[in-house]
Design a protein around this ligand. Sequence first.
Ligand code: DHB
Ligand code: FE
Length: 286
Amino acid sequence: MSDTSYVDEVAARAAESGRTATEQFRQRLGGGGATDQARVDLLASRVIKAINETVIEERVTYEEYNALKAWLIKVGEDGEWPLFMDVWVEHSVEEVANDHRSGSKGTIEGPYYVPDAPTEPWNGTIPMRDDEPGRPLLFQGQVRAVDGAPLAGAKVELWHADNLGFYSQFAPGVPQWNLRGTFIANDEGRFEIHTIEPAPYQIPTDGACGQLIAAAGWHAWRPAHLHLKVSHPGHELLTTQLYFPGDPHNEDDIAGAVKPELILAPRPRAGGDGYEVDYDFVLDPE
Ligand code: DHB
Ligand code: FE
């Protein structure tokens, strides 16, 4: 394969992910939440006011105003509203939603979660291709309550990008449940998950979000990350991500979703290939 055809393939996959994320969102959450009139009034008024203040203070021109309108239309056409919201807004929503917790830190879910990934035993392997590229990673730990009690049978859902930065179901050619699994912790709340290290992830550069990033001179990178949802009856669901030390984008994640508590400390695996890492989850009571 020539270099250009690889670039084209990557671009084609990127274009697909926005549309698929929009479809997934519609199916799972698309009804939206409660719309209390007083809250709509308050929130919509504040956002509109902030936009108008920006226009006045920065003396926005008609050229800029029309560029914005054209761009907003394109975000919808490209199906990139879920991507836009999860990159530039979700981190603040998550901060507000979880600042009462005393257990493990959460962070954004992002646009690529799919519920009901195949169930695996507490010490299983995540679904992957026979020749899945990437350094093997053994991800292990324990799920506990804030009082230290192990949470037997806790559900640990793990999903992440492959070694090229692609998510199954959002990029063509990747098997449906690739690198997505649901693991049930053992009687001590422990899990030992075999997977591979994901690659850093670039948000699609060929759609409206990529156009904004290029026009503003930003970069499109998120550091390599594992996505997790950890749950147990009677406890608050934890949605989080874990990162790898030394990734340059831990400092400048475009999605603003890295926290120091979420950076792993992997070590070469004793008597095996690749790396292993311990990370425990502490769930707050409901
Ligand atoms: C986006 C992608 C991710 O993988 C993620 O974790 C967060 C946001 C995005 O493209 O919007
Ligand atoms: Fe992600």
